[in-house]
Write a protein that binds this ligand. Structure first.
Ligand SMILES: [Fe+2]
Length: 235
């Protein structure tokens, strides 16, 4: 939780797949956005009540079941507006009525807090990350010392390579990463630490990245993920 910013980010780990559900709270208006509502939504709603915030927005990082299975429950308790990337809406094909569809670069205003949408394809075609202050909510694009799989429907390891490379080159080193799953020994990290110790951020060409992601990684590494030294990803 960040105290000096005009917003705070609360994380709840919920469900059998160690999902992180985030509540972004705009202090000026006491509006809140839930990122990836899933699993025991009652706990998120209880947290919102305890914080005295009104849930006005739902942000999706992508449309996989373990990130969205609580949308209905949130909408039953609020009039929240649903936000997702346009390509993800097409891929999903089952989104709810009247979502707000975004392109990369869009700004979502949550009261006085600005949330920038990054289009980060690779895990799914319309995966999105949300940039708030110096925080990045990364869904299944980037985990602490890991990244989302690319072998499911809509996955594309070459896109993931470009997404992670752009992220490492374009965002400030001190950016705090908030992933979609608790797959490491700590819940958050910095981009600098990831560029250094996340094996998926070590590759300089798509070919080796694709081989590592698609054929090597899962047979050689398990969560909780630990840092890997550059050059030691794969023989
Ligand atoms: Fe996913």
């Amino acid at each position: 939780m960040t105290q000096t910013e005009p917003f705070s980010i609360h994380a709840l780990e919920l469900g059998p797949m160690e999902n992180f559900i985030y509540l972004v709270h705009d202090h000026a208006t006491n509006r809140a956005a839930i990122v990836d509502p899933a699993w025991e939504v009652s706990k998120v709603l209880a947290l919102a009540e305890q914080q005295g915030v009104r849930i006005t927005d739902i942000l999706l990082t992508h449309s996989h079941h373990d990130h969205i299975n609580g949308i209905g429950e949130v909408l039953a308790a609020s009039d929240a507006q649903l936000h997702l990337n346009r390509d993800e809406a097409r891929f999903w094909g089952n989104y709810l009525d009247l979502p707000t569809l975004h392109h990369g670069g869009d700004i979502i205003k949550l009261g006085e807090t600005e949330i920038r949408v990054l289009h980060t394809p690779g895990h799914t075609p319309g995966s999105a990350c949300y940039h708030v202050g110096n925080n990045l909510i990364t869904g299944d694009t980037l985990f602490v010392f890991g990244c989302g799989r690319c072998d499911l429907s809509g996955g594309d390891p070459e896109q993931m390579y470009s997404t992670l490379k752009d992220m490492g080159e374009q965002l400030p080193a001190g950016t705090v990463i908030h992933p979609g799953h608790n797959y490491a020994e700590k819940a958050t990290s910095t981009l600098e630490e990831q560029v250094d110790g996340n094996p998926f951020m070590h590759f300089d060409s798509p070919e080796r990245f694709v081989r590592y992601r698609m054929h090597y990684h899962d047979g050689h590494r398990d969560s909780p993920y630990h840092p890997v030294r550059k050059g030691e990803e794969m023989p």
